[in-house]
Design a protein around this ligand. Structure first.
Ligand code: FES
Ligand SMILES: [Fe+2]
Length: 446
């Protein structure tokens, strides 16, 4: 017999209930079927669209969220968002912006002209008496702009205007309002995007994976292993555990009250979680000496909050905004309250010299490749059935169930938009031209 007998995956035996060991047996899985169905994301939620400084006065930009193409235009400071798909023959208005006044946007192809406020077909440039005028239009989307970010309520065409919830329902919980419920003895209360004088600084970029894989990575307490060698960790001599294990049934609290964000909070760096600093069997030990306490929570539709990160008085928000079923826009945003010009200047300097290169890139770049590395396993849907989860993965399971209970709609697979046909010749041409599938519309060059 060969010494190199192949190692076989262990199979369940009759007296061993592998289902319960795996933590995600069929019964558990059935509780998050809607989440498994949400390949294209959850619709009827607020998502970040652009940073404010990415949309100057009168600028027009096209993006895609949950398979929905959206065009944004800023007029007299106000941002309008409409479906970026002409009702005539379906081209994207943003591909070659044409605007004759402050109230409308016209399609560059045959001149269908839509009202920015209502989406109504107001006229047709070269056919002003056509019967179709004033009988049709395109969907509009509610917009909120706060602390340097533009948010859009991405909805189904028939989602009623009056049911659009406030943006705060799709943002992380706030402090000090939540301080009593979620005390933070190891750090000052985290700031919020909604605070007065809150400043957001960050980046967004396209990741090549399904949004759920990306989102789960954000608050996965075992994945911290991939960050051990990161420059920001080693240069600060941080004690970053090898992993963090749940040791109590109340290690995670969910919140699902009406009229507020729906999500979960992980009680990290309390006695409900045990940081693992050594693996004796492998002779591996954490080397750092400086503590770096933080806490993660996640709210619908997939917004991560890392309190006290990358340093005190700063909070990191992340969004994993579905573009297609195999791409997402990864938003990494640091928020700090800067009440004076001097504070703002100091923060900007530190953002540019430390946080952006070492935290948003160095540290988080590892997350991008880890998510991409998972994509093939989950892409055809079988990964959800075949994964073998352990106790640390309790976070993902609780999140999947919570999302299944609290979403406002499952986005349908895109039709007639970018990414709906994976092997479309345009997608393939872009790839061979070295352009990866992206978030923003490619403008037509003349
Ligand atoms: S496709 Fe827009 S006017 Fe024809
Ligand atoms: Fe990470």
């Amino acid at each position: 017999m060969s010494d190199n007998a192949p190692v076989r995956r262990r199979k369940a035996t009759s007296n061993q209930d592998s289902g319960s060991l795996r933590k995600n047996d069929q019964k558990t899985q059935s509780q998050y079927q809607p989440y498994k169905d949400a390949e294209w994301g959850f619709i009827n939620h607020w998502y970040p669209a652009l940073f404010s400084n990415e949309l100057a006065e009168d600028q027009v930009e096209g993006i895609q969220i949950c398979g929905v193409q959206i065009v944004l235009r800023r007029v007299d400071g106000k941002v309008f968002a409409l479906k970026d798909q002409c009702v005539h023959r379906g081209v994207r208005l943003s591909a070659k912006p044409m605007c004759f006044n402050k109230e409308t946007i016209s399609c560059w192809y045959h001149g269908f002209t839509f009202n920015l406020e209502s989406g109504n077909l107001d006229t047709i440039v070269g056919n002003p008496d056509d019967k179709l005028i004033d009988t049709t239009g395109i969907t509009t989307y509610a917009v909120e702009e706060i602390s340097g970010m533009i948010f859009v309520f991405v909805r189904e065409d028939d989602f009623p205007d009056e049911d659009v919830p406030p943006l705060s329902h799709d943002l992380p919980i706030r402090f000090p309002e939540s301080s009593e419920e979620y005390p933070h003895p190891l750090w000052p209360p985290a700031p919020s995007l909604m605070d007065e004088n809150a400043i957001s600084r960050g980046i967004h970029r396209t990741g090549e994976a399904n949004w759920r894989i990306a989102c789960e990575n954000g608050f996965d307490n075992a994945h911290i292993l991939v960050h051990q060698d990161n420059t920001i960790v080693q240069s600060n001599n941080w004690v970053l555990p090898l992993g963090i294990r749940p040791v109590s049934d109340d290690c995670i609290t969910t919140f699902e009250e009406e009229g507020g964000p729906k999500g979960l909070m992980q009680w990290l760096f309390t006695d409900r979680w045990e940081p693992i600093l050594e693996n004796k069997k492998l002779g591996v030990k954490v080397a750092g000496v400086n503590s770096r306490f933080y806490r993660t929570s996640v709210v619908m539709p997939g917004v991560l909050m890392v309190e006290n990160w990358p340093e005190e008085h700063i909070v990191q928000y992340e969004w994993y905004v579905p573009i297609t079923d195999d791409t997402y826009e990864y938003w990494e945003v640091l928020v700090k309250v800067c009440a004076t010009e001097k504070e703002l200047k100091d923060y900007e300097y530190r953002y540019k010299t430390v946080f952006k290169p070492l935290a948003l890139h160095g540290f988080n770049d590892c997350d991008l490749y880890a998510r991409e590395a998972m994509q093939d396993y989950y892409a055809d849907g079988t990964g959800w059935d075949n994964e073998q989860l352990v106790d640390t993965d309790v976070s993902a399971i609780i999140w999947r169930k919570l999302a299944s209970r609290n979403h406002r709609g499952i986005a349908k697979p895109a039709k007639g938009s970018q990414g709906s046909i994976k092997s479309s010749s345009i997608r393939l041409r872009n790839i061979t031209d070295g352009k990866s599938p992206g978030y923003r519309v490619d403008k037509i060059e003349e």
